[in-house]
Design a protein around this ligand. Sequence first.
Ligand SMILES: NC(=O)c1ccc[n+]([C@@H]2O[C@H](COP(=O)([O-])OP(=O)(O)OC[C@H]3O[C@@H](n4cnc5c(N)ncnc54)[C@H](OP(=O)(O)O)[C@@H]3O)[C@@H](O)[C@H]2O)c1
Length: 231
Amino acid sequence: MTERRRFLITGGSQGIGAALVTAAARHGDVVFTGRNDALIAEVARGSGAHGLRADVSIPDDNARTVEHCQKMMGGVDVLINNAGFGYYAEIGALDVEMMKNLFATNVFGLVDLSNRLVPLMKTQGHGDIVNLASTSGMKGNKTGTAYGASKWAIRGISQVWQAELRPFGIRVVCVCPSEVQTHWMGRTGRNNPNKLYAQDIADTIMAGLNMPRRVLWPELAVFANNPWKEE
Ligand SMILES: NC(=O)c1ccc[n+]([C@@H]2O[C@H](COP(=O)([O-])OP(=O)(O)OC[C@H]3O[C@@H](n4cnc5c(N)ncnc54)[C@H](OP(=O)(O)O)[C@@H]3O)[C@@H](O)[C@H]2O)c1
């Protein structure tokens, strides 16, 4: 990455977010959020980035996050909306309150934080917003009513923001990873060298951000090339 940029990364305390924080900190100033103090401190120590305890589903926390970015970095060039979690149940056995909670983070949190930052990006005359969706938002799968719908929503929202924000020099990129071996849903310990790691998604996003500013990459599905390979 050529010029130094100011990043805000949500959900940077572990998984894909933590890999993004470490990669971004090599190229600029980084503020990241999460909810687990111990994990936030560990990522901050390892990367030199600035960690902030903030829950993206809470509007006051998002207001505080934006204030913090203004104070620490004087603005934000790159917002990466990564925070998210999964809840899976078949229709007929769905806890709708759980689905609402999931949407509060995965969808409304992403919208609320972006809604607060876009006016600042418009004033700057540039900016990048990277939204983490999923291949679960590209094809309906069993038990995906809540999670899959939240990721379909992010893809649709990303298209709307592209239509709205391209004239302001703001790029919106929607990234749809397939399975990534993180701590997702407590599935710690996966280590198949043929499947995706958090680092792969971070590297792909950083490569996308490094494209010439004339170029818009609206959506990118990311798969492991040969996850079936036997070692
Ligand atoms: N892993 C996959 O297979 C996969 C595939 C496609 C897409 N994705 C997407 O990629 C993103 C990251 O997933 P991951 O696998 O890295 O998950 P992960 O290892 O479970 O990490 C999720 C991160 O999000 C944070 N987070 C969750 N809810 C939050 C909230 N309300 N406010 C602030 N931070 C919050 C967590 O912070 P705390 O732990 O501190 O609360 C954590 O840092 C998600 O949007 C997910 O949907 C993942």
